[in-house]
Design a protein around this ligand. Structure first.
Ligand code: ADP
Ligand code: MG
Length: 256
């Protein structure tokens, strides 16, 4: 059975997509079978995995609206060695169009059930909002991975996300839990980074992943080539950190 994780944080630019793409590639290097679901109409995860969002035959949009199944819509990231359920701007319309459909929060869950046996991990890259799309991600998942920058405002807004997760857990998806907070774009030379990092450990204990993702220029350069950072420059500090995070996730699911 596939373990399904949402990469979520309603803030933009916190490293969700970078984490989703590189965790997918890191897990693939560890011989895990991975499906990356792009739930953001910006299609950054799709492009970052080397799939042209402008030339999709079918996407997660058609899947959510029941016009295509996952087996038809999925593509393969040749550069990352994992599958992708891609997205593009069309997906922005799904929010409104799903309103009239039955079971609208659980459409992704239902669609993914069909490919459950094909994967060890399904990673869902969420958009920067607590929207119907994110709700579909949370209803489909066993757990949430929350990437965070260790900066002064990092914790602001976290309570909204945690409350949403609690509500979804209570009303829609009893399986859902927070797997952990992932510290990303970490700069060990900054005292503030160190301080916020320590605060996170004090407050959230073992809900903070052991792996720290450093700020690393190679991770930021890789998407423009359509190659996950992990494959683009495997020796870079950023790539190494995401492979280590993959190993931490493999370890975590043993005890789930
Ligand atoms: P989100 O999906 O949350 O909006 P992204 O993953 O797109 O965030 O990251 C926002 C920006 O920060 C992107 O330009 C990305 O390349 C860059 N970035 C993300 N993680 C790192 C990192 N560890 N080191 C350097 N740049 C990063
Ligand atoms: Mg993103």
């Amino acid at each position: 059975m596939a373990k399904i994780f949402c990469i979520a944080n309603q803030k933009g630019g916190v490293g969700k997509t970078t984490t989703a793409v590189n965790l997918a590639a890191g897990l693939a290097q560890l011989q895990q079978r991975v499906l990356l679901v792009d739930l953001d109409p910006q299609g950054n995860a799709t492009m970052g995995a080397g799939i042209n969002k402008a030339e999709l035959q079918a996407s997660v949009y058609q899947v959510l609206l029941g016009m295509a199944d996952v087996k038809t819509a999925r593509a393969t990231s040749e550069t990352g060695k994992f599958d992708v359920l891609p997205a593009n701007r069309e997906l922005a319309g799904a929010e409104v169009e799903m309103v009239e459909l039955d079971n609208r929060e659980k459409r992704l869950k239902a669609a993914l059930a069909e490919v459950d046996a094909d994967y060890d991990f399904v990673l869902i890259d969420c958009p920067p909002a607590l929207s119907m799309l994110t709700l579909n991600g949370l209803c489909a998942a066993h757990g949430v991975i929350i990437p965070m920058q260790c900066e002064y405002y990092a914790l602001e807004g976290l309570s909204d996300l945690v409350n949403t997760i609690k509500k979804v857990h209570a009303k829609l998806n009893p399986d859902l839990k927070i797997i952990g907070l992932l510290r990303v774009m970490f700069d060990p030379r900054m005292t503030l980074s160190q301080q916020v990092s320590e605060q996170l450990e004090q407050h959230f204990g073992d809900k903070v992943f052991k792996t720290l993702i450093p700020r690393n220029i190679r991770l930021a350069e890789a998407p423009s080539y359509g190659i996950p950072g992990v494959s683009f420059d495997p020796t870079s500090k950023g790539a190494q950190a995401y492979i280590q995070f993959g190993a931490e996730m493999v370890e975590r699911i043993q005890s789930m």
